[in-house]
Design a protein around this ligand. Structure first.
Ligand SMILES: [Zn+2]
Length: 267
């Protein structure tokens, strides 16, 4: 790839998922061919931390994020904090995916404890933090607004909240990442346009959001939607929504990603 070639950022995905393993080489090849030059790969529980670290060690495009997702809050066993801290001291990784989710079975009190521990760790180490939030915006905003120490760089992944939530997150300086929901959700379209360009990120969340990338027939059918190569389709759609030239839009998002990951990737 030449210095001027298009570089796309996929700001959130999960390439460590076991069912992807047999196809990972082809997924990476297709991502590279599409110009996807950076992918923020998020662990969801302690069991997959090492897989994320290993993927990142093999491919410079993959940036590791290690953490515990609210769905798996109850899998966090004694000593997880120390083990996470020690891994973070060895590997230049962000923290995630973590957050709060009122639509899952994990105890909400436990979710909050686990989230707060990761928020504190990200603040102390000044590592970027990736937050998942479903139907728990009030509590999340309270926790962030009342946090006593400086907040780390924060990304809200696959944002689907209200205008008020968006405004409060922006006041906290959060990056807002939009996924394929943008293609089909009219309200989200408005939130996307209300998000300042400097706070925007885009993600596939692959392979967690299959076939939601774009309405059928509007994209290259040879691209499997739940893979990072599909992010180029989302960029096209998003640049059109913003009435911006694709290349200029892509460069702005790339820059936002660099700011978000500033403490783990030398620029
Ligand atoms: Zn995710």
């Amino acid at each position: 790839m030449t210095a001027t070639a298009a570089r796309y950022l996929d700001s959130h995905l999960h390439l460590q998922e076991k069912h992807l393993a047999p196809q990972i080489d082809i997924i990476m090849e297709r991502a590279r061919n599409a110009g996807v030059a950076r992918m923020l790969c998020n662990a969801t529980r302690e069991k997959d931390w090492q897989a994320v670290v290993d993927l990142a060690a093999e491919a410079p495009e993959i940036i590791p994020f290690l953490g515990i997702h609210p769905w798996f809050a109850e899998t966090a066993v004694t000593g997880w904090e120390e083990r996470l801290l020690s891994l973070l001291q060895q590997v230049p990784a962000g923290i995630g995916e973590t957050g709060l989710d009122k639509c899952c079975r994990a105890d909400f009190g436990r979710q909050q404890q686990i989230f707060l521990t990761q928020l504190k760790m990200a603040s102390e180490l000044q590592r970027p933090l990736v937050i998942h939030c479903v139907k728990a915006w009030g509590r999340l905003l309270e926790m962030l607004e009342q946090f006593a120490a400086p907040l780390p760089p924060i990304m809200i992944h696959s944002f689907t909240g209200s205008r008020e939530t968006l405004q409060r997150l922006l006041r906290l300086g959060c990056f807002i990442s939009f996924s394929g929901w943008l293609a089909t959700d009219g309200k989200l379209h408005l939130r996307f346009l209300e998000t300042p360009l400097a706070n925007l990120l885009l993600e596939t969340d692959a392979p967690a959001q299959p076939n939601r990338q774009l309405p059928p027939g509007s994209h290259d059918q040879t691209v499997i939607c739940d893979e990072p190569a599909a992010i180029t389709q989302l960029y096209k759609l998003a640049a059109t929504m913003r009435k911006m030239p694709l290349d200029e839009f892509r460069q702005e998002i790339w820059k936002n990603g660099e700011i978000f990951t500033d403490t783990i990737i030398p620029r």
